[in-house]
Design a protein around this ligand. Sequence first.
Ligand code: G6P
Length: 615
Amino acid sequence: MCGIVAYIGKREAYPILIKGLSRLEYRGYDSAGVAMINQKGDMNVYKRKGKVSELVAFAKDKDVSGNIGIGHTRWATHGEPNDVNSHPHYSQTKNMVMIHNGIIENYAAIKEGLTKRGHTFDSQTDTEVLVHLIEDILTHEEGIKMGHAVQAALKQVIGAYAIVVMDKNDPDTIVAAKKGSPMVIGIGSDDFFIASDASPIVEYTKNVVYLEDEQVAIIRRDQDLKIRNLKDKEITPYVQELTIELESIEKGGYDHFMLKEIYEQPRSVLDSMRGRLNASKGDIKMGGITEHEKKFEKAKRIIFVACGTSWHAGLVAEYLFEEFARVPVEVEYASEFRYRNPVIYADDIVIAISQSGETADTLAAIEMAKSKGATVLGICNVVGSSIARATYGGSYTHAGPEIGVASTKAFTAQVTVLTLMALHTAKVRGTITESRYRQLLYEMEAVPSKIEDVLKLNDKVREIAYTFKDSRNALYLGRGVSFPVALEGALKLKEISYIHAEGYPAAEMKHGPIALIDEEMPVFVIATKGANYEKVVSNIQEVKARKGKITAVVTSGDKEVKSMADYTIEIPETDEFLVPLISVIPLQLLSYHIAVMRGCNVDQPRNLAKSVTVE
Ligand code: G6P
């Protein structure tokens, strides 16, 4: 949510900022802005509602020179997306500018105090209030420098933030700070790169420092990086090496990141299993949970907390853990869980699932579960992310960076890791026979090549997409472990094509959605072979009887559903509990093609953001 990028060094800042903002645009794209201080000491600020490309067009003939600068791409929280509310924001004298990701919850009270002291504000944002406060402290406390003024201001702040501040009167310094929102500082040979994640940094340097909560970085030209906490204690920067590669954050010949990421799934699912699964030895190794194995053995309950697509992965896990490991599972929306005063026992295992590892509600749910004494683990994709650091252990999904806002490969990677975890737990608890366990391990190993086979159906899926591209509504149905897949299919469609779509357990259809079915209504059903197959066949008949248009995802060789459905997509056979990893692929492709045909911005759908760092 909101992308931050900043540069200080010897190069021209503007091209670095713009390239960085384009890489971060998936975090928010309501508006974009930059500020640079040129050689004469003038500060130029350009900001525009809309995409980074609109900012570039606006700044085309303007002075964009300078080797210090800050840039921002916004996802609006306070105030509608317009030029004025865009970042950077000025201080009262306009000598200072700031960019911000997060929410200052007590901004109204601070604003009131500043207004009484003569401050006037241009925008409706919380950000502008904070930069005014910083300047107010800087001008009223004698001898104080920018770093200390930022510290003093942040002590008054309630909320989450990642901020970068730049002062015209101190053109050799950038100050950055964070709490609850991510911030990475790249250390070049004679320069520094600051960003919300590593994607704008990776092509310049691999040496990075992840700022921790309530740390303030004072980044001065030609000096070493200094970090202090809000109590003014000096912190030695911990420099880490980035593991991501540049090509993993570029489109690599695909029209969209989403399509690239869909196609990466044979590889990303394999990467999620790499070093963990060895079917011939009958072995699953999950490094991050080994030390919690006893807890899994004795656990009375596992609670998954997550949002969005990650919540759907949690729902799949519920079926797997209950089936194989015989442990009761609850799957919670993090946003509800954190405010519900839930009953949590010390012998509960709480597992947070998050692609970004930064989702504010999920982070808060983790803290709450920790405070009640539960064992709290994480399943994250982004290495070193806040959730990965906040949990006692867990597993990375290793899907590689996911840039498309609608999650695809992160979902299958989450389900892969959760499946391995469920099987491992079953083994530890002695709730699965050796032969069933072995059979599932072999089936898991075969999943990547089966996903590859499904991807070959792309042309067929595109044809089906064409039929439904003008629909206004859609229904997705599934039973058992395919129910969460129906939810995920519906979510994908509404996220990127803006067609209203709902996922339902197929049998629940009779309790409401059936009223919507007519010859206009596309109904997508996951009707693969398994214990519920015949039941789903009956549900399909109920839809057909009301003239609904059925598209069914079926097991290769199926005849019964094929004879009833208007369209079928045949996917390779696998164990019925592993089907989600394969059946979700055509649904991802379907949404993708429908969105492209409708002229939607697939990678940056309206109003959404990839990393939701505000609650
Ligand atoms: C946003 C994204 C979704 C994602 C959800 C949870 O809504 O657009 O794709 O599933 O956040 O994010 P997380 O990073 O915690 O998995």
